[in-house]
Design a protein around this ligand. Structure first.
Ligand code: BTN
Length: 326
């Protein structure tokens, strides 16, 4: 469990209780004086938390600030590595860029960078990831696995499966996985993942897992010309607003659990879940790699995440990059 200080523990107690928490209980559970409790409540209010004082009963948390905060995300977060440090920004060019720089400067494994908006969100193949404020999740996670650079693409399985699990846990929607790292709902893209790596010939120094999920974006607010793929958001598909804090906490928890499995047992179990969820084996696909295009039947994915496509002449092509259409 992260130590997020007295403020974090107050938020955690509000979250775990079912209403009003008395000043006396807060003081006892936190091991601080009633005056100190009051000062912390005042500080939290100044930070945007709406905390009601219920006469002769105690305090009740009515709402958190609209922006995702480190306190909301880390208080009581039961992870081993992911979220060891959480940095929340109002706006940045790209959380991947910030996380990469922090990792170069020695950021601890599990460091998470989140922004409310990105002015130059990076997508795959040099594309732009639309990142309007206040509605979605833009997050980057620094990992430092002791693996060879060749194996780093296996980490894509982690973020894909973690996002799929988080969607299932926070909504009643059924996500589909599209190789290599898209997540679709009803055939439309709802999330994208971009891993970036710093490595030497023999070993990975760090990997940044970049994760963008369209949560509460209204698609009518985006000009159609800006959308490359048919795109959607969880609110559009599920009809209900998604709690960004709850979604992000779930995602970090799932990522942490999958990363632990990856470190203990290798990529096998996570790849197996990826394959099961992608339902891609046996499907006919069209692969585009720049000028080159071919069609074939998917045999599976190899342990490095490459798609194995059987061509009409029976040869099996190992696809490491490109666009795949079903
Ligand atoms: C894709 O093209 O499908 C990948 C999109 C990845 C977007 C995320 S948002 C958080 C992180 N920061 C970035 O600049 N990109 C990734």
């Amino acid at each position: 469990m992260k130590d997020s200080g007295v403020d974090g523990r107050i938020i955690e107690l509000f979250r775990s209780g079912d209403g009003v928490v008395s000043g006396a209980a807060l003081s006892r559970l936190l091991g601080v004086s009633r005056t100190a409790v009051w000062k912390h409540v005042k500080g939290l209010r100044a930070a945007g938390y709406l905390i009601e004082a219920v006469p002769s009963k105690g305090y009740r948390l009515l709402s958190s600030p609209k922006l995702l905060t480190q306190l909301d995300l880390s208080s009581g977060l039961a992870t081993r590595r992911v979220g060891s440090r959480i940095v929340c920004l109002k706006e940045t060019e790209s959380t991947n860029q910030v996380a990469f720089k922090m990792a170069e400067e020695g950021a601890v494994e599990g460091t998470v960078v989140i922004a409310d908006a990105q002015s130059a969100g990076k997508g795959r193949l040099g594309r732009v990831w639309l990142s309007p404020a206040g509605v979605n999740l833009y997050c980057s996670v620094v990992l430092r696995p002791a693996i060879a650079p060749m194996a780093a693409c296996q980490l894509t399985f982690l973020s894909v499966v973690a996002v799929a699990r988080a969607i299932e846990s926070c909504t009643s929607l059924k996500p589909q996985i599209k190789w290599p790292n898209d997540i679709l709902i009803n055939g439309k893209k709802v999330a994208g993942l971009l891993n970036e790596m710093n490595a030497e010939t023999e070993k990975v120094n760090f990997v940044v897992l970049g994760i963008g999920v369209n949560l509460n974006l209204r698609m009518s607010s985006i000009a159609e010309s800006l959308l490359r793929h048919p795109a959607t958001s969880l609110i559009e598909e599920g009809g209900e607003e998604v709690d960004r804090v709850a979604f992000t906490r779930r995602l970090l928890t799932e990522l942490d659990e999958l990363y632990d499995v990856f470190l203990q047992e290798g990529e096998g179990p996570v790849r197996a879940e990826w394959l099961e969820r992608s339902a891609i084996r046996g499907r006919s696909v069209k692969v585009s790699q720049g000028e080159r295009e071919f069609t074939g039947e998917v045999q599976g994915v190899d342990s490095f995440g490459a798609l194995l496509v059987k061509l009409i002449d029976g040869t099996v092509e190992t696809v490491l990059s490109g666009d795949v259409a079903l």
